[in-house]
Design a binder for this molecule. Structure first.
Ligand SMILES: CC[C@H](C(=O)O)C(=O)SCCNC(=O)CCNC(=O)[C@H](O)C(C)(C)COP(=O)(O)OP(=O)(O)OC[C@H]1O[C@@H](n2cnc3c(N)ncnc32)[C@H](O)[C@@H]1OP(=O)(O)O
Ligand SMILES: [Co+2]
Length: 136
């Protein structure tokens, strides 16, 4: 079953990006985490069973840095939790879905993640993520 896992928000720096969520009464869940594979420094606010995932670039090569060169900060992607990401990739590939990588890679909190092309997502960058068994 697919569930909304998080919404990814691009921000030049985590403190600026955090302001509205703190004002809404949310608080960061755990310490900030750098995910080298994606070149991002991440701060998470849990909202019910989903999360707000703030993403700040760790350097010019980061996908978020490149995004911010062309777009204003704000909503960057939506992510959906799947039970078996490899099976979901094969299922979607059979329907003609276009992925941005061949296989799932390292995401936040020891997840495995993959991204679908924004054109397939009707304009939205969509991420699939699989949490380690028993964690979400
Ligand atoms: C810590 C990991 C964390 C997790 O949840 O575990 C993350 O979520 S990490 C998030 C950051 N990583 C990524 O976004 C990886 C996937 N992204 C990419 O591979 C690129 O950003 C890509 C391919 C989406 C865009 O690459 P690039 O910037 O080099 O290409 P363009 O700027 O030329 O864009 C091509 C085309 O796509 C549209 N686009 C780009 N970014 C987005 C977006 N975030 N949402 C919607 N559409 C997007 C862009 O407008 C271009 O469209 P076109 O019609 O061709 O002008
Ligand atoms: Co994400």
């Amino acid at each position: 079953m697919v569930q909304l896992d998080h919404i990814g928000i691009a921000t030049p720096d985590l403190d600026t990006g955090s302001a509205p969520y703190l004002a809404l009464g949310l608080s960061p869940e755990g310490p900030d985490e750098i995910v080298e594979a994606q070149g991002v420094n991440v701060r998470v606010f849990r909202v019910g069973d989903a999360m707000v995932e703030l993403l700040a670039p760790t350097g010019p090569e980061s996908a978020i840095a490149k995004y911010l060169e062309k777009n204003r900060p704000g909503l960057h992607h939506t992510a959906y939790r799947v039970d078996d990401i490899d099976a979901e990739i094969e299922r979607l590939k059979a329907t003609g879905a276009t992925f941005l990588s061949e296989k799932a890679g390292a995401g936040l909190h020891h997840t495995r993640v993959i991204f679908l092309h924004p054109k397939w997502g009707a304009g939205t960058l969509i991420e699939l993520c699989e949490h380690p068994k028993g964690q979400h």
